[in-house]
Design a protein around this ligand. Sequence first.
Ligand SMILES: [Ca+2]
Ligand SMILES: [Ca+2]
Ligand SMILES: [Ca+2]
Ligand SMILES: [Ca+2]
Length: 430
Amino acid sequence: MIWQDTTITGTNTYRVIQGQAQVILSVTRNVSSTAGGTQRSDTTTTVNYTYDGNGVLSGATGDVRGTSGSQVFNDANRNNVVDAGEMIWQDTTITGTNTYRVIQGQAQVILSVTRNVSSTAGGTQRSDTTTTVNYTYDGNGVLSGATGDVRGTSGSQVFNDANRNNVVDAGEMIWQDTTITGTNTYRVIQGQAQVILSVTRNVSSTAGGTQRSDTTTTVNYTYDGNGVLSGATGDVRGTSGSQVFNDANRNNVVDAGEMIWQDTTITGTNTYRVIQGQAQVILSVTRNVSSTAGGTQRSDTTTTVNYTYDGNGVLSGATGDVRGTSGSQVFNDANRNNVVDAGEMIWQDTTITGTNTYRVIQGQAQVILSVTRNVSSTAGGTQRSDTTTTVNYTYDGNGVLSGATGDVRGTSGSQVFNDANRNNVVDAGR
Ligand SMILES: [Ca+2]
Ligand SMILES: [Ca+2]
Ligand SMILES: [Ca+2]
Ligand SMILES: [Ca+2]
């Protein structure tokens, strides 16, 4: 357990009402940073108090202004080591309003609306969310509960090589935004409202509308008796999809109704560790299951990512792998009558085994190398394939994917009849 201190500097302005000095304005600045100096916060809370003619507090209004930030690792030279200049500040601008109610003579916050706006150093990622919290109190002015939500967008600039020349031309960096809709459930611990459950839905689609994603992330937070965050668990559920061409009338033209959505069902679990008071994902396991509209192709893969952090809770690296199968239905004309009879459409699956190598860019883990082995053989064991696909991804300094190169190596083979003894019969070993 470590101390995290906040320096408070406040000024109060008073007015004498009915012979008593009453605070009519308080301005309080709170400056804090974590032990490792990787997170900082500097906010100023202003409260205006009003009184009736008898000097009794009748109301209050206020706001919060400031910034909070964290240092993120930007591995510019790709050596997985934090070199000079590779820790950069990523700040959030905070703008909030507080609504108060006077309970038992004291002004209590019953509603806080806080907008957080941030962007990365290179300006290629942005976030703009508003968190609303409604606080309830019992008759004695003791905080009894809270509910809240989060609304906003987060986005990133992506490279859209419209003219297909592999160069970023004017207008080819486009914003791809995600709409965020979340609800937070609170519990009052030691007099403070703590988030015990957050459910956040993220919906996005590409500019051209040919890809979409709709996922909901749930996080359960646990606290010790003193209200200190002690753990978190969570999961991700949803779908991602893309529009594919289904040439139903086989004329090689995209006719009406021939662009169909092909969706992938996403089921993931996240494991967290509390570092410097914050819950960080240390392991994510995500299963992606998809099949084509006609049900003739299927894919079922699980992606595992292990994230590592330094002692200050800054993401320092990640490793991962992909395991699963993909398959397609093939016609196996067992009775050789050139007709698809019952049981003659069989699944032919490919076993997928891959490893992903990541680099931390602007605080985010990006895949820089994927190596995927695909092994398959037909049902009768007379054909086999064993190939390895390697892809190297490159990013610009701001973490925007700028290119990729790759290759495929392997073998495919089939069993053939070698009539070594020329008797027109398949003998052992031939
Ligand atoms: Ca480095
Ligand atoms: Ca271009
Ligand atoms: Ca067509
Ligand atoms: Ca048949």
